[in-house]
Design a protein around this ligand. Sequence first.
Ligand SMILES: NC(=O)c1ccc[n+]([C@@H]2O[C@H](COP(=O)([O-])OP(=O)(O)OC[C@H]3O[C@@H](n4cnc5c(N)ncnc54)[C@H](OP(=O)(O)O)[C@@H]3O)[C@@H](O)[C@H]2O)c1
Length: 280
Amino acid sequence: MSTSQNFIIFGATGKQGGAAVRWLSRSDANIIIHAVTRDPSSPKAQSISSLPKVKLIQGDASAAEGVFSQIEGKIAGIFFVNVGYDATAQIQEGKAIIDLAKRYEVNHFVFSSTDYNGHRNKETGIASIEAKKNIEDHLIASGMRHTVIRPVGFLENLFLPGYTDAIPHFWPAQLLKSGIAADDIGRAISEILLNPNEFEGKVIGLSGYEGVPQDWIDTWQDATGENLREREKKMSGGMDEERMKLLKFIMFNQNDARVAETKAIFPWVKDLRTFLQETK
Ligand SMILES: NC(=O)c1ccc[n+]([C@@H]2O[C@H](COP(=O)([O-])OP(=O)(O)OC[C@H]3O[C@@H](n4cnc5c(N)ncnc54)[C@H](OP(=O)(O)O)[C@@H]3O)[C@@H](O)[C@H]2O)c1
């Protein structure tokens, strides 16, 4: 009998990591999914704990050695995404986890970064985006086998305050903007972790849908019956200054990722209509 492959998923109760755990747990491969959470008793952690092949690990990106040291045997792959509000801490945590992965001779490191909207080599003034550049650079310099994914904005954002209001009232009419379902990000992470030889060294933009604001409005109307143009013009939704800066940056710059390029690798990515139909 072959030994199980160990995978560590940071952010396992979150949107990307949670979807990765669910997709990995459906695979036929002989694997153990070590799902990292700060609180194994939380409802989100409990909802993944009963999935096949999943083992919860109590831990945190800020004290990652405690996570690595709990794994028996070699670690085949890690998924990491930086979270939290403190960008300096995110950089420290990301770099420390990369260094630990190297020390523990992890076979493959998958990092979820972001779409840079044309600013990979230009300062954005947005700490959370600059943090991702730092972590990407550290990963490349580590020499470890790795894959970087760069998702565009999540389609799930549409259900957060402010986003759908922004489409008709603030997005420039000719600007093509993109979206990706978090579930599809998880599916991509799962495929990448299970097939390291196919994906190593790649930087993959993830986009499932792109359109100018009118396309988003028409699709929203078809799928939900709601006319976004009739919504009140408001773009605050109680956002703090940094978040508002990020939203404006996203709204006024075109994404790097193209749907056709993502589909050439992951042909199953969902467009907006399918996402809304499935989410209803
Ligand atoms: N939203 C978008 O449109 C978009 C687009 C591109 C990239 N991104 C990037 O995606 C990342 C977020 O990924 P996600 O949405 O999958 O994560 P998430 O769902 O916000 O969080 C993932 C998990 O991290 C843990 N966590 C949350 N806050 C934490 C904190 N302050 N300190 C330590 N752990 C914390 C929580 O798990 P436990 O409580 O179980 O420990 C949470 O379930 C960000 O870096 C963001 O920039 C987002």
